[in-house]
Design a protein around this ligand. Structure first.
Ligand SMILES: Cc1ncc(COP(=O)(O)O)c(C=O)c1O
Length: 394
């Protein structure tokens, strides 16, 4: 057992935490599993490999358009800020850097600073949200298809997952989600949705917040929202005590390997998510990521330019695919889209593309004939289109 896992296991023995977990239907066997997940001894994918379908390891040297990473690195000002702070790497926190990040988020989003906190990416707060607000007696409701990590986490902790198909225009069907389990502990909305890239209107998200059980939590995962540039749910999380908005710097900000994520929520919800560690998780963030994120977030013009660059490349690639007679799910507002293959399975197409040095994404059980493709650079998407033509002609 790692030191971190042992610390979390100790914290969970505190009377208040233990009683809360037991009263919500967890048993002692779950305690070890929760400590292992939060302590990093297992990842959600290892915990429930059944859902980790064909998640291919990155192929070095290939065009990597399978994992929804950004095609380019952090914004130049972010890189400069990270490089500068390396020289002060001897300090845990050289100059109030967490507070500066929170202030930058509050300013950019127009939310109170005390509602902002940061994490090493967003996978960790996603797991914590599931553990804290769902349980073996209160399930989780999601769309189908959606980002599956929460399904794996639920499987690991013994919480029931209820899935509601997307609407015919690929929004979350919020009414069907509520009807599917009217007494869930957690409702998860991913907008733009992974893997379809489609948005759920803020009005629908507000409807779910207003109509879910009062003591349930609504988690809005906005990992891709900067690619959409549309109204977001941050203000909802600022105004309500039962909504959490989650963000990551792994996508438009090009910081996936640096690990920085955010949540916007009430102090009480944040406190409940953090209590397993017995301290503020934010004390442990790498300063390079904090500095890079703080410098990048206010750069509205650069963010817009990156978004517009992605949209132009995405739309060109989609037009090419459609011109070859294949269907693409319409309405993506993110750096991904789903293609429906004719006559070949997604696994066969993945292998065929790899032969041409292009690594595309995988399929989802709800859409077994489709693959998710990430939008890369203009050059990378040209290689993708060329490879597609060769495969179709073979
Ligand atoms: C919708 C969504 N949420 C959360 C994450 C987790 O990302 P990270 O842990 O890098 O912040 C991802 C990663 O692909 C994602 O697609």
């Amino acid at each position: 057992m790692s030191v971190r896992e042992a610390t979390i296991a100790d914290c969970m023995e505190r009377e208040e935490i233990r009683n809360d977990l037991l009263s919500r239907g967890y048993d002692r066997r779950n305690f070890g599993k929760i400590a292992a997940l939060l302590g990093g001894a297992v990842t959600a994918a290892q915990a429930a490999p059944a859902f980790a379908q064909q998640s291919a390891k990155a192929v070095v040297g290939a065009v990597r358009i399978g994992s929804n990473e950004c095609w380019t690195g952090p914004l130049p000002a972010g890189v400069a800020a990270a490089m500068t702070i390396i020289a002060e790497g001897n300090r845990y926190e050289p100059n109030d850097n967490h507070a500066k990040l929170f202030a930058a988020v509050a300013e950019a989003e127009g939310v109170p600073v005390e509602r902002v906190t940061a994490w090493p990416g967003s996978s960790d707060p996603l797991n914590r949200t599931a553990i804290t607000f769902a349980s073996p007696t209160r399930g989780i409701v999601t769309a189908d298809p959606t980002y599956e990590q929460i399904w794996r986490t639920a499987d690991w902790i013994g919480a029931k997952v209820t899935k509601a198909p997307l609407t015919s225009d690929y929004r979350h069907d919020v009414k069907a989600m509520l009807a599917a389990d009217p007494n869930a502990g957690l409702y998860y909305v991913c907008s733009p949705n992974n893997p379809t890239g489609t948005l759920t209107p803020i009005e629908d998200i507000m409807w779910l917040a207003d109509n879910k059980p009062k003591d349930a939590i609504l988690l809005v995962d906005e990992a891709y929202i900067h690619f959409a540039g549309t109204p977001n749910a941050a203000k909802l999380a600022a105004a309500r005590d039962d909504v959490i908005v989650m963000r990551t710097f792994s996508k438009l900000f090009g910081m996936a390997g640096m690990r920085l994520g955010l949540t916007i929520a009430s102090k009480d919800l944040h406190g409940r998510m953090m209590r397993y560690d017995g301290q503020q998780v934010t004390n442990m963030l790498p300063m390079t990521a904090v500095a890079c994120g703080t410098a990048s977030l206010p750069l509205a013009d650069e963010i817009k330019a990156r978004r517009e660059q992605m949209i132009a490349v995405r739309e060109k690639a989609i037009a090419h695919i459609r011109s070859r007679g294949l269907n693409v799910i319409p309405g993506s507002h993110a750096n991904m889209f789903m293609v429906e293959w004719k006559g070949k399975t997604p696994a066969e197409m993945m292998a065929a593309f790899l032969e041409h040095g292009v690594q595309i994404g995988r399929s989802w059980t709800a859409y077994p004939q489709m693959s998710r493709v990430t939008v890369g650079s203009a050059e990378e998407m040209q290689k993708f289109c060329l490879a597609l033509d060769k495969i179709l002609m073979a």
